[in-house]
Design a protein around this ligand. Structure first.
Ligand code: IPE
Ligand code: IPE
Ligand code: MG
Length: 247
């Protein structure tokens, strides 16, 4: 049963049967800023606000898992100024979240190689992770310095190390075991992957986990993504027939 149902949903959403896990590629910040004659960094700030709104709303309607793509392993190619601005926004978000976690009860986790982050920021991610274990609300996974291929290679390395240490046998490895080596260990696969901004590609996001995810694309740029857009995505998802290879 959904904990909250909006009175007027413009499209038909069945709030009693939401997907368990929604993943979002938060794309289009730069173009949003450009259209307004603003620097790209202003687009990232606006995108961060949208993330806050959408995450709060997802928690309200009773979603179990929300995974967002915030910064990819390839995004380091961008100008230093832009990268620094994105890292600064992450820090701001974490500091504010730590204050609000008691009230929001959102569990915050990270997927990605956080070793590349400044130490004080890494420490903040450890703190939010720690606080999260006290709560049972929606789990938000922020993918930061995340790449699907990188994740799989790291998992393979960790598995190989366990084999070398005699803890595992290569021939006994199952898909389920392997999933346990990924950042997403213990998290169910996403049911719905949303990509705003009109791009129709995966861009190295959740390659393993989205094997049977339903995809939803929209031309709306991430900073303009609203609850109504989320409703449209969920309604589209609910109209799909998931067969998982069966009939
Ligand atoms: C997504 O928006 C945010 C990151 C990739 C960090 P973009 O910055 O990619 O925005 P566009 O695609 O250039 O419009
Ligand atoms: C994907 O967007 C990464 C994030 C949204 C964090 P990009 O903007 O980096 O992807 P491409 O370059 O258009 O494929
Ligand atoms: Mg982009």
């Amino acid at each position: 049963m959904a904990i909250f149902k909006p009175k007027e949903a413009p499209v038909q959403v069945d709030f009693d049967h939401l997907p368990r896990h929604i993943a979002i590629i938060m794309d289009g910040n730069g173009r949003w800023a450009k259209r307004r004659g603003l620097p790209r960094t202003a687009g990232h700030a606006a995108g961060a606000e949208t993330f806050r709104t959408i995450a709060t709303y997802c928690q309200k309607i009773g979603l179990e898992y929300l995974t967002v793509y915030a910064f990819s392993t390839e995004n380091w190619k961008r100008p230093l100024e832009e990268v620094s601005a994105i890292i600064g926004l992450l820090k701001k978000y974490l500091l504010e979240s730590i204050e609000k976690m008691e009230k929001d009860k959102i569990r915050l986790h990270f997927f990605g190689d956080l070793d590349a982050l400044p130490p004080e920021l890494r420490e903040l991610t450890v703190r939010t992770d720690d606080i999260s274990t006290r709560y049972e609300g929606m789990q938000v996974n922020v993918c930061f310095n995340y790449g699907g291929r990188d994740e799989i290679v790291r998992a393979a390395r960790a598995f190989a190390a366990d084999c070398a240490a005699g803890k595992r046998r290569p021939e006994a490895l199952t898909e389920e075991d392997f999933s346990g080596y990924l950042y997403s260990a213990g998290v169910p696969d996403p049911d719905l992957v949303i990509r705003p901004s009109g791009e129709i590609r995966i861009s190295n996001f959740l390659l393993w986990q989205s094997a049977y995810a339903e995809f939803y694309y929209t031309d709306v740029l991430w900073p303009d993504f609203s609850k109504e857009e989320l409703h449209k995505a969920i309604a589209a998802y609910q109209g799909r027939s998931r067969r998982f290879g069966g009939v």
